[in-house]
Each structure stands twice: as C-alpha cells, then as structure tokens.
Ligand binder design. Structure first.
Ligand SMILES: Nc1ncnc2c1ncn2[C@@H]1O[C@H](COP(=O)(O)OP(=O)(O)OP(=O)(O)O)[C@@H](O)[C@H]1O
Ligand SMILES: O=c1ccn([C@@H]2O[C@H](COP(=O)(O)O)[C@@H](O)[C@H]2O)c(=O)[nH]1
Length: 242
C-alpha cells in the first residue's frame, strides 16, 4: 500500500491499552499496536502520537470522588507518561527510533516538549510520543491531539478508540444509533456528539484539520487508517450516514 499522508497525528486511546484487563497496561496489546505503527513509519509516514490515560486515571473520576480537580488532572497527565513510555519501549524493541516529549518536565525520563525539536525528530523519521497531555488541568488528551497536530502541521488526526466511528448518539447507550461516514465539525459541535470533546473539535475546525475516528478492536486498523484507507468516520467533510 502506498502512503497517502506525509505527517499524521495518532491519538491512541489509553483505555484500549488495557485490553481485557480491568486496569493498567496489557503488554501484548501495546506490542500489537506498536507493530502496526512500525509498518506505517517504515512506509515513510511521519508519525506523532498523543496517548490517553483512561486505563490508569481520569481527573473527572477523581474529582467525582471528592479530589481537587486540578490535582486529579495532574495525576491523569502523569498517567499518560507511563503509557507513552510503554509505547516507546515497544516501538524501540522493533528498531523504530522514538522520542517521548512531555508537557510536564520529567527530564530524567523524557525530553521536554519543544515544538521545533518535535518537528525535527519527525523529519528524521523518529516517532514522537507526546506525554502529559497539554500540561494543563481541565483539558483532555483529545484536545492535546488537536493542539499538537496544529503545532506540528499534521495533515490529519486519527482518533483510535473503542467505537468504529461517530454516531448520531452514543452507540454504547443506544443500539439504534446511526453511524456517520462523514460529518461536518459544526454538526458534531451543535449536536454534542460525545466521541471527542468540543474544545478538540473546535480547535480542529479553526485550523482545518480533519479527524478520522476508527476502532482499535479490529487488528490492522491502525495501519489501514494511517496509510489512508477510508475507514471509520471522517469529521471535517459533509454529513453522510453510512
Ligand atoms: N456520538 C457518539 N459516537 C461515537 N461514540 C460516542 C458518541 N458519544 C459518546 N461516545 C463514546 O465516546 C467514547 C470514545 O471516546 P473517549 O474519549 O471516552 O475514549 P478514548 O479517547 O478513546 O479513551 P482515553 O480517554 O482513555 O484515551 C466511546 O466509548 C463512545 O461510547
Ligand atoms: O491536557 C490534558 C490532558 C489530560 N489531562 C488529564 O489526564 C487524564 C487522562 O487523559 P484522557 O484524555 O482522559 O485519556 C484526563 O482525564 C485529565 O484528568 C489533563 O488534565 N490535561
């Protein structure tokens, strides 16, 4: 397969990294994702990754249990660094050069986030994994993905998650929900389609960055999506139900 894109940003669900476990990281799953990412990189696609933290800690849950929200969010951001380092390890075992850059300084384990440096790594075919979200509480890793994609001039964001696209309502709650093949940013925002938070979608809309939402449950989907095969739902097109 020949590549469609030169530079992409992959938002990898934290929750997906736990596989069938109730919590944490399943190394077999991480290895499987890494092997698909390796193939994409070998095909010449400059790949940046933002990884979530939902398999370890979500600030909202901490706050719901009575914690200070900002403190809980910082814990969530630190959780994403564990996922970023796990992914780095899996990729490097496949001889794929990587750099983890964090938005909260952790210089003993990762580089600080420096935009120009991240771009240089990508130009040298290194996978750049952005950890610690945006470094700011009250945000999400989806918003981080939109922000970093704009900063590094990525052509597209791939949101790799548990659902196979964007539906007209949450498919986990409504079995009758209809899946979109494509939809506009405005439709996603106006209808509060919860697959990605509104801050992330608004940032993509303002910067004209398409978002492809696809499922991680089918092996090979990361490779297919990042190489440019039309899977999942494209946010940033016209409205079409599949
Ligand atoms: N309209 C919708 N279409 C598709 N999914 C939706 C919709 N509304 C809500 N969802 C939910 O959005 C979830 C995916 O987004 P979510 O941000 O929770 O996970 P993630 O970003 O993949 O994980 P993590 O936060 O761990 O990185 C799905 O589990 C799905 O049930
Ligand atoms: O910019 C950010 C990114 C993330 N957080 C916190 O981290 C957790 C995990 O991220 P997910 O996007 O939910 O996977 C999130 O719940 C926030 O608590 C943040 O504060 N700022």
């Amino acid at each position: 397969m020949t590549r469609k894109y030169q530079r992409v940003l992959l938002k990898l669900s934290g929750e997906a990294l736990m596989g069938d476990l109730a919590y944490g990281i399943d190394p077999t799953i991480v290895q499987a994702f890494a092997s698909e990412i390796a193939q994409v990189v070998q095909a010449g696609v400059q790949t940046a990754i933002v990884v979530g933290g939902g398999n370890i800690f979500r600030g909202m849950k901490g706050a719901a249990a009575g914690m200070d929200r900002a403190t809980a969010d910082y814990i969530g951001m630190i959780a994403t660094v564990m996922n970023a380092m796990t992914l780095q390890d899996a990729l490097e075992r496949m001889d794929i050069p990587t750099r983890v850059q964090t938005a909260i300084a952790m210089q003993e384990v990762a580089e600080p986030y420096i935009r120009r440096r991240a771009i240089r790594h990508l130009e040298k075919s290194r996978v750049v994994i952005f950890g610690a979200g945006s470094g700011n509480p009250f945000f999400t890793t989806d918003t981080t993905a939109a922000l970093r994609a704009a900063e590094i001039d990525a052509e597209v964001i791939f949101k790799a998650t548990k659902v196979d696209g964007v539906y007209d309502s949450d498919p986990r709650k409504n079995p009758q929900a209809k899946r979109f093949q494509t939809l506009t940013y405005s439709h996603a925002l106006a209808n509060n389609l919860g697959v990605m938070d509104s801050t992330a979608i608004a940032l993509c809309k303002d910067n004209d960055i398409p978002i492809v939402v696809f499922s991680l449950s089918e092996p090979g989907n990361i490779y297919r999506a990042l190489m440019g095969e039309a899977i999942g739902t494209l946010v940033g097109g016209t409205c079409e139900v599949s």
